[in-house]
Ligand binder design. Sequence first.
Ligand code: SF4
Ligand code: F3S
Ligand code: FES
Length: 248
Amino acid sequence: MSYQGKFRVWRGDDSGGGLEDFTVEVNEGEVVLDIIHRLQATQTPDLAVRWNCKAGKCGSCSAEINGRPRLLCMTRMSIFEESETITVTPMRTFPIIRDLVTDVSFNYTKAREVPSFAPPKDLAPGEYRMQQVDVERSQEFRKCIECFLCQNTCHVVRDHEENKEAFSGPRFLMRVAELEMHPLDTADRVDQAQDQHGLGLCNITKCCSEVCPEHIHITDNALIPMKERVADRKYDPIVWLGNKLFKR
Ligand code: SF4
Ligand code: F3S
Ligand code: FES
């Protein structure tokens, strides 16, 4: 069973562009990426789209479908009405390269700013021991496929270029939280999160968690626990006094 679907796709580059209308064949079982590929094969051979696995695992095909950040390869055509016009646009938070492809290097810059795992100096690799409960805690965060849909969605940077320098975004605040919760990490991640990665700018709207294709509880399991640790350190009167007395 197939039908002729209506699509509106953003085309252009960093100098400008706009939405173009297309009618494309849709077959049973297809996802939006299949339609984009059919569009390339039949009508717009130069349409730029980034993809790789077509299995929801490489994190390359992030875009916005009817305004909602999604993976093109994991969005089934069957969730839409046949009569509906489906709009496909590039991620809004990152600079356009061409058509559906954006420059996501902001995220790599932020990734490099997170100091790496710092194990105790007297332990060699192979001597690390930790409880299963701690392994499982960080495993949730390690499901991240780096699609950057959460980074694209977060309102702190979505329409606020000026916040990008101060804010690492949910994906990398989650990385800081993962290291903070790691029982063998010796670095001080609490002040780092607040002072270098902009944790204070997050006001827990949870939009990042809502769009995560891996269903990671970014806000509940990473950002809120980090905020609690910051609050404990900064606002607990006993901890505050201890810091004043012993950290001088
Ligand atoms: Fe994508 Fe989720 Fe990772 Fe964010 S946390 S980059 S939404 S997989
Ligand atoms: Fe942004 Fe997620 Fe916080 S959307 S404001 S990082 S809860
Ligand atoms: Fe790999 Fe979509 S093509 S996640």
